[in-house]
Design a protein around this ligand. Structure first.
Ligand code: PMT
Length: 425
């Protein structure tokens, strides 16, 4: 028998005849040491009583979204997020339709919308309802949304003479699915040291318009910045990547915002605050054309047009001095000479915590160069000194940097920002 001590489940009981089987499921979960909180829909209460469910869970049963005491004491947000796993059993056609379309007009559907935890559904309905194109559509949508399924199974229905696919999975099968998902969640937590942290990454070049067809840019490909965004996401952070124009596909699991100019990049970075971590890998143009021409500049006469430049905002410095400054602000330094000396000067001038310094000169020794290519050789520069890293792939630089970031945040329990603000360490 699996030990589920310390595991928290939120069980959402829908209104179907199979609701009686849920009592057996609760009994088995409790035997294994899990704590079970139950939410019952109005219809569920016609099949089993909150009294029986409460007696088995040894917890108060939640039924009403507008119970002010509940809102004060616990609230549907906490209710849905304090669980390790949310289980919907029986998941009726109606409840699944609400989930698929984002409707929330009772406590069950609202908790399902508010949760940030994995959701496992055990559908139960008449075979005709299960086969209905609307249900098939909803199942596809729910699977695409990352909802897990157990069952339904084929067999006799409660209604006499009806048989087919639609019976809710037996409690033993639901229990096995719950155990499997809880084990997967535990495994994932061990490899996600930045779970609960928010990160902002800038990447790529900026394009500063000269006229509607020409711009000032640089050779950054976005490879290093995107590798960092992907590595942070793989470590469990919730990542916003603000990227200049690049030819790369947006990394999976990252909120990617595409911009052109430094000014656009700044406004999206500031909008993404607050965050715990900022990594500014973008090669932001230091200057832009003061007044880009509204029409394409023409070759008139012999003298080429003079471009009057004006400084761009410094995004890294703006983040490092912002009222909502992330706990860890990391800049890059792209240098062609005096790498560590210049990086240290940037660290102080921009007010960041660490600088990743890379030699972008033609003599860097990195085959193919650093900008645009796949490899990099960097120094991690902090106020106290510089740590030279060997040449490696940009993805490896990203993984090593993220390991250092995770080390910085230590092995303390990942904290949500609201918790951190309430109880600063
Ligand atoms: O994109 P790739 O082809 O993979 O190449 C990666 C890279 C070489 C572009 C990357 O590793 C890198 O070094 N990025 C920073 C490039 C740069 O512009 O460095 P900088 O020394 O000019 O700027 C210092 C820091 O200030 C950087 O963190 C930069 O993002 C930031 N900055 C600079 C100017 C500005 N107006 N705003 C900024 O935020």
């Amino acid at each position: 028998m699996a030990d589920l001590t310390g595991k928290k489940l939120l069980l959402i009981i829908g209104g179907g005849i199979a609701a009686y089987k849920v009592l057996e499921l609760i009994r088995r979960l409790k035997e294994r040491g899990a704590s079970v909180r139950a939410v019952m829909t109005g219809a569920a209460q016609r099949f089993v009583t909150p009294l029986s469910v409460g007696a088995l869970t040894s917890e108060r049963v939640f039924t009403d979204l507008f119970d002010l005491n509940d809102e004060r004491e616990i609230g549907h947000i906490r209710l849905s997020r304090e669980a390790d796993l949310v289980v919907v059993a029986p998941a009726t056609a109606d409840l699944m339709a609400k989930m698929a379309s984002g409707l929330c007009n009772d406590l069950a559907s609202t908790a399902l919308m508010a949760t940030d935890k994995p959701v496992l559904v055990a559908p139960a309905m008449n075979p005709k309802m299960w086969q209905h194109p609307a249900t098939a559509r909803n199942v596809r949508q729910l699977k695409a949304d990352g909802i897990y399924f157990v069952g339904p199974e084929a067999g006799e229905m409660a209604e006499s003479g009806e048989a087919g696919i639609g019976r809710m999975a037996e409690p033993a099968a639901i229990l096995a699915a719950i155990e499997e998902h809880l084990a997967a969640i535990e495994g994932k937590a061990a490899t996600q040291p930045l779970k609960g942290r928010r990160a902002i990454v800038t990447s790529g070049p900026t394009h500063e318009p000269i006229d509607p067809v020409r711009y000032i840019a640089n050779r950054s490909s976005g490879k290093q910045g995107q590798a960092i965004a992907a590595a942070l996401a793989a470590a469990g952070a919730s990542v916003t990547l603000v990227t200049g124009p690049v030819a790369l596909a947006a990394p999976a699991g990252v909120t990617t915002i595409a911009v052109e100019t430094a000014e656009e990049m700044l406004s999206h970075v500031v909008a993404a605050l607050p965050a715990d971590i900022a990594v500014m890998a973008a090669a932001v143009a230091d200057w832009r054309v003061a007044k880009p021409a509204g029409r394409k500049l023409k070759k008139t006469g012999k003298t080429p047009p003079a471009l009057k430049l004006t400084p761009n905002p410094d995004i890294l410095a703006a983040v490092a001095t912002h009222a909502n400054r992330p706990e860890l602000v990391i800049g890059f330094a792209a240098e062609t000479n005096d790498l560590v000396k210049n990086a240290k000067a940037k660290l102080a001038a921009k007010g960041c915590d660490w600088i990743i310094a890379n030699d972008v000169s033609a003599t860097s020794g990195v085959a193919g160069g650093v900008m645009g290519a796949d490899r990099n050789r960097v120094h991690l520069v902090v106020a106290a000194g510089a740590d030279p890293w060997p040449e490696m792939r940009k993805a490896e630089v990203a993984a090593r940097l993220v390991a250092r970031i995770a080390e910085h945040f230590g092995d303390s329990r990942p904290r949500r920002r609201d918790e951190a603000e309430a109880h600063p360490s």
